[in-house]
Design a protein around this ligand. Sequence first.
Ligand code: UDP
Length: 321
Amino acid sequence: MNTSERRPVTVITGGSGFLGSHLTEKMLGLGHKVVVLDNLVTGNLDNIAHLRSRTDFEFIHHDVSQYIDVTGPVDFIFHFASPASPIDYLELPIQTLKVGALGTHRALGLARAKGAKFLLASTSECYGDPLEHPQKETYWGNVNPIGPRGVYDEAKRFAEAMTMAYHRYHKLDTKIVRIFNTYGPRMRPFDGRVVPAFICQALKNEPMTVFGDGKQTRSFCYCSDLLEGIVRLMMSDFHEPVNIGNPSEMTVLDFAVKIRELCGSKSEIIHKPLPVDDPKIRQPDITRAKEILGWKPVMNLDEGLKLTIAYFRSLITSGKL
Ligand code: UDP
């Protein structure tokens, strides 16, 4: 049976995490059956609780660094499983390496067995602490392989190499997205990333912890923008990496001030030591995404932050935070 006679089937590894759960909703909205594989190490069943009773949705509790068994046809595989915040990969260094390396191998193996299209969720961390600015996909990066962040950076770089090998050797239809800082509802309140950290601190009028002098820069993309780019990439015929992110760059200190203002908070801003190998600058060059996918972000930062703040406020109101 081909996909014109039945509903397309999408597998999403890490589908109960922040981005994975939004992607799950998006693919269901496009009329796909969605199978989520997640070991729940950093994923959260609350993110997909509202989908569990649907007949076009299936959740399989599984660690994708082990052999993956999915019955029936599969048309698309989005490989999103991985710890994704610096404190997660400091706490889970071996799992981070395993899911990036072994998990990617398993997910590619499943794609090959099923003849499915495959998309790897890679990362701007492939550029490390970049010496080129903004970062184009042609930049090879400046990564410390033995530093504490190296477990994530090198796992994703290996995952990209493995994906290209499957593309070249097995002729698999693969795509690679390099995801830059993304934010939105369902980020984990205590995952240590700057967006949940600052918003939770501001909403509770607690000190906001700026690491270092706060002059390091990041560029923040709202989750719905990112996923629109990712789905366009999956449906394209392009095989080399594509940056998806929002190029509007700001310092972490300015970001803290903005969040404090949007939360109507009285928090003071305090400084804590800068984590090892924290990139000093980061901004995606999205020329390739514009040209190949006709994509650019549309969500304004203040609007996206207001939606995200409302989510964290609701967690506080419902006693979950
Ligand atoms: N950061 C910060 N305070 C926090 C958490 C993070 O100043 O409480 C900084 C961090 O040092 C980095 C930036 O915010 O420069 C973004 O950090 P995040 O962990 O969100 O992601 P990264 O872009 O470093 O992967």
